[in-house]
Design a protein around this ligand. Structure first.
Ligand code: HEC
Length: 201
């Protein structure tokens, strides 16, 4: 026993393990398992001091200065206000005006959508493939911006034209419809599909 413990220094409360410098608490010995009382690592202590400082500053801001960003009800009101604002924007979108767009940015966006999504069935040059030719004067569902917009919005599911209501915003659908009417109408595609529908002058 003594031989085993001869590297232990003794003082009032601790025994110091001279090999490892560990502090062992006297009397805390359970079946040979000793309890250490080492210093906490500095990073841990500093983290602890910082949390204390944070709590003090937080409490002063909350209870003394009543900081607006910490009051839960204010925070809730702010969230609700921003939600209502975005809701109003969404509602405004519902009264979206269906009107031919001729500005560069809209037509560029329309072209992008056309080539990415629509060209698969209508061909990049609008000549038609699965879907009808967009360059001629023949239309199955009418030739006004509103007619085209309705087809793109609701689709003609039974005939294989999909609805793009969920995939494209109102504005994006109007962009691509405008692209068809402004840029594709009247052009000469490489392999035009035979006319479908009624002729519109
Ligand atoms: C999966 C194939 C497919 C894709 C993709 C597709 N269409 Fe169509 N589209 C069709 C078919 C088929 C029709 C013909 C529907 C009918 O016979 O009533 C059609 C019809 C239309 C019409 C009406 C044509 C007319 O003569 O009245 C428009 C406008 C149109 N598509 C626009 C688009 C736009 C814009 C996109 C891309 C956002 C698109 N389509 C993507 C297959 C497709």
């Amino acid at each position: 026993m003594d031989k085993e413990k001869n590297h232990l220094q003794k003082d009032e409360e601790y025994e110091i393990d001279t090999l490892t410098n560990d502090r062992l608490i006297k009397g805390h010995d359970y079946d040979g398992i000793r309890e250490l009382d080492n210093d906490l690592p500095p990073w841990w202590k500093w983290l602890f001091y910082i949390t204390i400082a944070f709590a003090i500053i937080y409490s002063i801001r909350l209870f003394v200065f009543k900081a607006p960003d910490l009051i839960q009800n204010d925070e809730y009101q702010k969230e609700m206000a921003s939600f209502n604002a975005s809701n109003a924007v969404a509602k405004a979108g519902k009264t979206f005006e269906v009107k031919l767009l001729t500005d560069k940015a809209s037509l560029a966006k329309g072209s992008e959508i056309w080539h990415k999504i629509c060209a698969a069935c209508h061909m990049a040059d609008g000549g038609g493939l699965v879907g009808p030719n967009m360059t001629d004067k023949y239309w199955i569902h009418g030739n006004t911006p509103r007619d085209l917009y309705n087809v793109v919005t609701n689709g003609v599911i039974a005939k294989g034209m999909l609805s793009y209501k969920d995939q494209l915003s109102d504005k994006a659908r109007m962009d691509v419809v405008s692209y068809i009417l402004v840029k594709l109408q009247g052009t000469k595609p490489a392999h035009p599909k035979a006319p479908q529908g009624k002729k519109y002058e």
